[in-house]
Write a protein that binds this ligand. Structure first.
Ligand code: NAP
Length: 297
């Protein structure tokens, strides 16, 4: 008698793991307070009035409140010049009370993301965006890891999903997500990693070999069931706002993976929303705590 392919899979609950991490951070903050040590302080710089950016920043402020961090919101009009913004970043770099800070992306087109990012002091760069922190992934002692890749690696760890010796395929090679995640999975994860991008010919040929498939592109529906190996672990980083009158707020968030048809082929899969998204904020909090501990042990 042959058995039918299994249709059971586990939905990776990023909200639950991020709640667990927040509980651990709350405990650390309580311990620091009891020892009269400095409470972590995160500053957030927001330029312009992009609705999605405002929503992300609101989540970050809420998370700071939940874990007992101090926070400072710095808002600037989208007419601010690059030089003026650089001066504000210099100020935050020098502010001894601020342990970590982020500049919410995207920035207005007249401002260079690279110049701004590189102005951030690496030991306060809690998004892990600077070249110094990107490079430190391949060092023995990384400083502050890029937040979204850090969140993905943490999800795999907390679900006891082994990476050592596994075939990992990362679709998307961006400087903020795909590239650093691939390096982390090689360095720390000891995986064999293939990075695919826009110019990859026959994407399916690669994805079909993945024990762990990560999609980080921003193209809803890119990964379909026929591209996924039976039993694979699928991590969907993609988050695209899709508008439509049928959705409660006029839009919904969609991943890169066709969840309904892909999930039954997997062993583990992240949903969108509720998978990687909450982990990015948890990583930001972990990095802010680490930055505080480095500066004020
Ligand atoms: P990005 O900078 O636009 O990079 C997308 C990557 O995908 C690039 O390497 C691009 O290649 C590649 N690509 C484009 N079309 C492709 C295709 N058809 N096949 C294979 N690769 C293709 O975006 P990102 O910042 O990395 O973000 C990726 C997605 O993750 C977005 O949906 C974003 O919203 C989401 N995200 C989510 C979180 C979270 O917390 N959940 C955090 C960050 C990002 P080229 O460079 O050659 O164009």
């Amino acid at each position: 008698m042959t058995s039918a392919p299994q249709d059971t899979f586990t939905i990776i609950d990023g909200r639950k793991i991020s709640t667990d991490i927040k509980a651990e951070i709350i405990q650390k903050v309580i311990e620091r307070k009891a020892l009269n040590k400095k409470v972590p302080h995160l500053a957030i710089i927001l330029v312009g009035d992009d609705g999605a950016s405002q929503t992300y920043v609101d989540f970050k402020v809420k998370a700071c409140k939940e874990v007992g961090f101090h926070y400072t919101m710095m808002r600037f009009a989208d007419t601010i010049s690059e030089d003026k913004l650089m001066k504000h970043i210099d100020q935050v770099n020098r502010d001894e009370d601020v342990d970590g800070f982020i500049v919410q992306l995207p920035l207005p087109p007249n401002i260079s993301v690279e110049r701004i990012t590189e102005k951030i002091r690496p030991d306060k760069d809690v998004d892990g965006f600077t070249n110094r922190n990107f490079g430190s992934i391949v060092s023995k002692n990384p400083l502050l890891l890029p937040a979204t890749p850090f969140g993905v690696v943490e999800l795999l760890k907390r679900y006891n999903i082994p990476t050592e010796g596994k075939n990992v395929v990362v679709v998307g090679a961006s400087r903020l997500v795909g590239a650093p995640l691939s390096m982390m999975l090689v360095e720390e994860g000891k995986a064999t990693v293939t990075i695919c991008h826009k110019y990859t010919k026959d994407l399916k040929m690669y994805t079909l070999h993945a024990d762990i498939l990560v999609a980080a592109v921003g193209k809803p529906g890119l990964i379909t069931a026929d591209m996924v190996k039976q039993g694979a672990v699928v991590i969907d980083v993609g988050t695209t706002r899709v508008e439509g009158a049928q959705y409660k707020n006029g839009y919904t968030l969609k991943g890169d993976v066709e969840f309904k048809e892909v999930a039954p082929k997997t062993s583990f899969i992240t949903p969108v929303p509720g998978g990687v998204g909450p982990m990015t904020i948890a990583s930001l909090l972990l990095n802010t705590l680490r930055a505080t501990e480095l500066r004020n042990p």
